[in-house]
Design a protein around this ligand. Structure first.
Ligand code: F6R
Length: 647
């Protein structure tokens, strides 16, 4: 079809030069920056309406995505006098059934993150009611819809996106014309909600949600997404065909949607993942490595067997022009990958280290392995951990959080019963002590489904995890003086929702680094952690580095990032790959087994039902297999690291 000036230009034309995106996407380095940008746009709109003495209607979302936007709005209210007196809000959804005072309710969420901290008139707040009877729901939803229209429609709608592609709770199969209604939640969504409900049977099967058509009526829409786990669905929403099986694709029909993502959530967009498919590239060494690894996987040939034809037939002719021939590119990238492999993660003493990932000197290094939870050390780098100790380095492990919320009640009861019985048999428990322990056992037994743990129960659970962590670290060869429990305060809420990181958290990390003065630090660079704890723990380490960077000894401190149980670095990103022999892999498994409370089915398993040791082994074998298929040596397994370089 030929476009005439009167025809509306299909949106894809506007962006096709550099992407396949059918929606305008802005990629930010960090979700915090992106959230601040969205919050400032909202604040600007609120102030503009105030100047015109008008109200503004906001459509609000819950979940982890908008939290930093709300934090910034609250900050602007408190510090810059941003008023919300003219703001009317409609929330997208609420679980059904759901009492408003339950901790999992969206009413609770909105009060906690926004409404309790700003001057919005209570009567201006609308959140779907999760307490109505089935008979009342239909009329209520109709009324909700009418009320939005009565206030002139939504000016700015905030959206997150679910892994099913849902917006609001419009799950796959939702109609384009759908309005506010009662819906059934997708099993994937229910699994994702587990982080708030602890047990699957507690997660509601239904919700009341605004429909696709209700959302599409908004004048401006911000669709936000953070983290690698959202990357596949962001790609589908933005580049895919419009289909009710990915309801967010309907947004492609709206004329004022802004997609705001961080680098990780943008990772599957064509212009990011394979930019050579959508235009000319500025080739640097990292991009060349990415392209060559991609090509090798695509045509299923080891790197050294790739031909000019392979490059030319797969949109990489441009690279051949720039770097002369497949032969020279192949050798360059093969060598680059080859040099990442080392059995000496702490450096090989007495060897030329020009092309090695780590420095040869000092031969014996001081090392700190930071582990966000009390098991990430062995799950993520158990093989390297044991090697560092065997090769004579002074290794310390620092467990950043207590991990106390991830222990089942039945485990806590078992340990308390042990104390009770042992204490009575050995006559070392006073009457008062006996009573206390017994009371605690009864309290846990009687605990209701959604009830929070008491401080004492959390204490028991934390101690259980400490014991397991000690077991794992001792198995790897550490003495007790080398095992540090930081119990960072930000984590200690007793719930999945954590406090923001504070000065004390940073100080605790700084003081350990100052005490040890390490040559190497290992930390979890796992940004896809569904609970966000890994990310927060990493940010806290970055901040500690920032504050310590003027110290002379810090110049010798290298930071290596491993990835947690959820995903792995891509071969082109890896800067150190430590091969693991079959025996070492077996020993790694034994160290993971020390974490008994996390075996079988920990309370927060994330989206992957495999046990941690299985995930770890699958992942390490897969990394080795990727190296093999690129034409490098074949190992049983590999642990991979990326070096973080500070400016
Ligand atoms: C929440 C909502 C949902 C979430 C989506 C993403 O009100 O309607 O669509 O936006 O499930 O959730 P998070 O942000 O927790 O990843």
């Amino acid at each position: 079809m030929i476009a005439t000036s009167k025809m509306k230009e299909p949106k894809v034309l506007k962006y096709q030069l550099k992407s396949l995106e059918k929606l305008p996407v802005k990629i930010w380095d960090a979700s915090s920056q992106a959230s601040i940008h969205v919050a400032h746009s909202i604040a600007l709109a609120i102030r503009q309406k105030q100047q015109e003495s008008e109200n503004i209607v906001l459509g609000l979302a819950t979940g982890s995505t908008p939290i930093m936007v709300y934090n910034e709005l609250v900050r602007m209210h408190k510090e810059e006098g941003l008023s919300f007196h003219n703001v009317i809000t409609f929330n997208l959804d609420e679980y059904y059934p759901m009492p408003p005072d339950a901790r999992q309710s969206y009413v609770y969420f909105m009060n906690e993150y926004l409404f309790n901290h700003i001057n919005i008139p209570k009567e201006n707040i609308h959140i779907p009611d999760g307490t109505l009877s089935m008979d009342e729901i239909g009329a209520y939803c109709e009324q909700y819809e009418k009320l939005i229209d009565f206030h002139g429609g939504i000016d700015i709608q905030l959206l997150g996106i679910g892994r099913t592609g849902h917006i609001g709770f419009n799950e796959p199969g939702s109609w384009e014309s759908s309005l506010t209604r009662l819906v059934r939640l997708d099993p994937v969504t229910r699994r994702d909600a587990l982080k708030d409900f602890v047990k699957e049977e507690n997660v509601p099967h239904r919700a009341v949600t605004m429909g696709i058509a209700s959302i599409m009526k908004a004048k401006t829409i911000y669709l936000m997404a953070w983290g690698q786990h959202k990357a596949p669905v962001v790609q589908k929403a933005v580049e895919g065909v419009i289909t009710s099986s990915i309801p967010s694709t309907f947004l492609q029909k709206h004329n004022n949607v802004k997609v705001v993502v961080d680098t990780e959530a943008a990772g599957e967009l064509t212009r990011v993942k394979t930019p050579w498919l959508v235009g000319l590239c500025n080739w640097n060494d990292d991009l060349v490595a990415k392209a060559v690894v991609w090509l090798s996987q695509k045509v299923d040939k080891p790197i050294l067997k790739l031909t000019d034809l392979d490059y030319n037939e797969n949109h990489l002719s441009d690279l051949i022009v720039e770097r002369h021939s497949a032969y020279s590119i192949n050798i360059e990238i093969f060598n680059r990958l080859q040099r990442t492999i080392t059995g000496w993660p702490g450096g090989k003493p007495g060897e030329d280290d020009k092309y090695r990932p780590e420095r040869a000197m000092p031969a014996k290094k001081r090392v700190i392995i930071f582990s966000p939870h009390p098991d990430d050390d062995v799950i993520s780098m158990g093989g390297t951990f044991q090697r560092l100790v065997e090769q004579g380095h002074e290794v310390h492990v620092a467990y950043q959080t207590s991990g106390n919320i991830a222990v089942h009640d039945h485990d806590a009861i078992r340990f308390l019963e042990f104390i009770e019985e042992f204490g009575i048999k050995e006559a070392i428990l006073s009457e008062e002590g006996k009573e206390k322990v017994n009371k605690l056992i009864k309290k846990i037994i009687k605990k209701k489904a959604r009830e929070k743990d008491t401080a004492s129960t959390l204490n028991v659970k934390g101690i259980i995890r400490r014991g397991e962590a000690r077991g794992g670290a001792r198995f790897c060869g550490l003495t007790d003086e080398q095992i540090h429990f930081l119990d960072l305060p930000f984590y200690e809420t007793g719930a999945t929702r954590k406090n923001p990181v504070g000065d004390l958290d940073i100080e605790i990390i700084m003081s350990l680094i100052e005490k040890i003065k390490p040559h190497q630090i290992y930390a979890a660079g796992d940004l896809a952690d569904p609970h966000g704890t890994h990310r927060v723990c990493l940010d806290a380490i970055f901040e500690a580095f920032e504050k310590l960077k003027s110290k002379k000894w810090m110049k010798d401190c290298w930071l290596w990032l491993y990835r947690g149980a959820w995903h792995e670095w891509q071969p082109h990103e890896i800067e150190m790959a430590v091969p693991i022999s079959p025996q070492e892999l077996h020993n790694k498994r034994k160290a993971i087994f020390m974490h008994q409370s996390q075996k079988d089915s920990p309370p927060f398993p994330g989206n992957d039902e495999r046990e941690f040791w299985v995930r770890a082994e699958d992942r390490n074998r897969e990394t080795a297999d990727r190296y093999r298929s690129l034409g490098l040596a074949e190992y049983e397994a590999m642990e991979a690291f990326v070096r973080w370089k500070f400016e």
